[in-house]
Ligand binder design. Structure first.
Ligand SMILES: Nc1ncnc2c1ncn2[C@@H]1O[C@H](COP(=O)(O)OP(=O)(O)OP(=O)(O)O)[C@@H](O)[C@H]1O
Ligand SMILES: [Mg+2]
Length: 587
């Protein structure tokens, strides 16, 4: 459940959303008191005056004109204009404030580092970001229709009652204090069951998302029944939690009912007695009765208000803590990266993945001279991908530094750093957009010719033309409708289009058959000309012709040199090569 600090921050963000639309907010704050005053004071007053006159035996219709007009007009204006205007303002703030917060959440999530994303389920991030605008809308509507009216009703009822009959007002005030105290005390008790319910619901959502994202494993292992059983456990927990909450709610409401009944009876008796004690007129008796009646029925909403508030804060909790999270990878300055030679210098870096027992890189250094290409090889887990990610500053090193043309990559903006690097990741995933859009992603404002040229160079044009809608074919979520090799070619086309001074290919052609790879190799070699490049590959034929090959093992360089030199040295690389050669041997 949301902690006081988190509630304060939640209110801060809700307030920010409202302050984007000050005039609407102020109008709302003014109109609600008018609504409550008309409906809970003026109309009951008019009605009580009419009944008062009638009870005194006045049946002459002309005597009623003024009071009738006042009552009917107030009720009419209230319903036709004031409440409708509040309704409209409330809706419009839903739309405007909701949009503001949805965008705020989106920006916060996409600006967070890769480490942040790796540590979280994308499903729960999506739901946290989605819940924030909903929580705002619920809280605001709760405020406009319940909390604010309740406060105003209490103030007006007690204030007006005090003018008519002071003891009556005192009893109303005492009632409110008792009722609120009981409501708040029981609320804290019932929060526990709400927490259990929220927790059960979260687990159920998590279970659902986990199964759906792993549908492939479920299918291929034919584990539908096991997953159903697993999910049933989750739904049963939710069901029991709902019953638990319902029971507590029943008992609480019952006790509140009893307090209300006693108060209602007490007030009725007081109204009758005050005729004798304070000489109250019939009209005022009716008026007091109406006041207390509307107060009692409004106070009843406190249970609903507290629960709704609790729910809103609970729903906003996760996203608010993300909004308040400092960016792990932040721009320290707004200095752009200035590329002259595109020389990369990795200097004495120390880096440890969160949760790892010992640093992956400990005093690691490597320089890639301007325009040269190096191949990174090494067994799985030796740190190749991590090194490329550090260059892109998806994470920061804990000691040492990475320089590009002498500039520490932490001292330039992430935007300009990443603009300088065309990166094809090991797991290239595509947007659920058209193939064309996926390639064009590499360059803002790319022309159709440029996109098609890149696709051709990446040996992708042919298969794309054969897709059902050609370049306009949607590729499915993460690109699932394409084969692994096709996805890689789209990713390479995107990188070719980007035309950046530094090229980083992490197993970019691993899913291609030798023939397709051979076809792209030419294009990649062209691309690498005059560009500083890092190419990671398990298939050694991919990197054999590069300027230098670096063999990594447990985050350390165990060998480096050209293909020929390394073969001659007859160490790690030569062993790997002899194991792979034959099938992929390339001259
Ligand atoms: N986000 C992460 N959090 C924690 N540990 C990680 C993370 N990413 C990688 N590692 C660990 O760091 C080590 C190096 O991983 P890395 O991905 O750099 O290896 P690699 O050389 O690219 O391997 P492969 O050839 O299989 O792609 C591995 O032991 C891996 O388990
Ligand atoms: Mg890797």
């Amino acid at each position: 459940m949301a902690k006081p600090g988190n509630i304060k921050r939640t209110l801060h963000y809700f307030w920010l959303a409202l302050m984007q639309h000050k005039i609407r907010t102020i109008l709302l704050l003014i109109l609600v008191p008018i609504w409550i005053f008309l409906s809970n004071v003026v109309v009951p007053y008019g009605t009580s005056q009419i009944i008062g006159k009638l009870s005194s035996g006045d049946f002459i219709i002309e005597n009623y004109i003024g009071i009738l007009l006042l009552t009917i007009l107030s009720a009419g204006v209230n319903n036709l204009a004031v409440i409708r205007a509040i309704d409209w303002l409330d809706w419009s703030l839903d739309a405007l404030g909701g949009e503001y917060l949805a965008r705020l959440a989106f920006t916060a999530v996409i600006n967070q580092s890769m480490t942040f994303h790796n540590d979280r389920f994308s499903g729960s991030l999506t739901s946290a970001a989605n819940k924030l605008p909903g929580a705002f809308i619920d809280f605001k509507s709760n405020f406009v229709w319940d909390i604010y009216p309740l406060i105003l009703t209490a103030l007006f009822s007690i204030g007006v009652a005090a003018m008519v009959c002071a003891p009556f007002a005192i009893i109303l005030a005492i009632y409110i204090v008792i009722y609120m105290t009981v409501a708040i005390i029981t609320f804290y008790k019932t929060r526990k069951v709400d927490e259990v319910l929220a927790d059960a619901e979260n687990k159920q959502t998590g279970q659902l998302a986990d199964t759906i994202t792993n549908e492939m494993s479920v299918k291929s292992y034919a584990r539908e029944n096991q997953e159903k059983t697993r999910f049933k456990t989750a739904t049963e927990r939710t069901k029991m939690a709902v019953f638990g909450a319902a029971k507590v709610s029943l008992w609480r409401n019952l006790s509140m009912n009893i307090i209300n009944m006693i108060t209602f009876a007490g007030l009725l008796i007081l109204i009758i007695m005050s005729h004798n004690w304070f000489g109250l007129t019939i009209a005022n008796m009716v008026f007091l009765y109406s006041l207390s009646n509307s107060l009692l029925s409004n106070v009843w909403t406190i249970n609903h208000i507290l629960r709704a508030m609790n729910r809103s804060f609970g729903n906003a909790k996760e996203m608010v803590s993300i909004l308040d999270l400092p960016l792990i990878i932040d721009d320290k300055t707004d200095k752009p990266l200035k590329i002259s030679q595109a020389e990369i210098e990795i200097s004495h870096i120390v880096f440890e993945h969160s949760g790892q027992k010992k640093p992956l890189f400990n005093d690691f250094s490597l320089t890639i001279p301007s325009g040269k290409s190096i191949g990174l090889v090494g067994v799985s887990g030796s740190g190749k991908t991590t090194l490329t990610k550090l260059l892109l500053r998806f994470d920061d090193v804990s000691a040492g530094a990475i320089y590009i043309d002498g500039q520490d990559i932490r001292d330039v903006t992430q935007k300009t750093l990443r603009e300088a690097i065309a990166y094809v990741p090991q797991e290239s995933s595509l947007f659920h957009r058209s193939v064309y859009e996926n390639i064009a992603y590499g360059k803002i404002g790319a022309t159709r010719e440029e996109v098609l040229r890149a696709a051709k160079l990446a040996n992708a044009d042919e298969f794309i033309k054969d897709l059902p809608d050609g370049y306009d074919t949607l590729v499915g979520e993460r690109g699932v409708k394409l084969s692994g090799g096709q996805r890689q070619r789209v990713a390479i086309a995107r990188a070719i289009l980007k035309n950046a001074p530094i090229l980083v290919l992490d197993e970019a052609t691993s899913a291609l058959d030798s023939e397709s790879e051979g076809l792209i190799q030419g294009a990649l070699k062209n691309l690498m000309k005059n560009r500083t490049s890092i190419v990671v590959a398990h298939r050694l034929s991919t990197i054999a012709s590069l300027d230098e090959i670096v063999v990594l093992k447990d985050g350390q360089i165990v060998e480096r040199g050209t293909h020929q030199e390394l073969l001659k040295a007859n160490q790690e690389y030569a062993k790997l090569w002899s194991r792979q050669s034959g099938a992929f041997l390339e001259k």
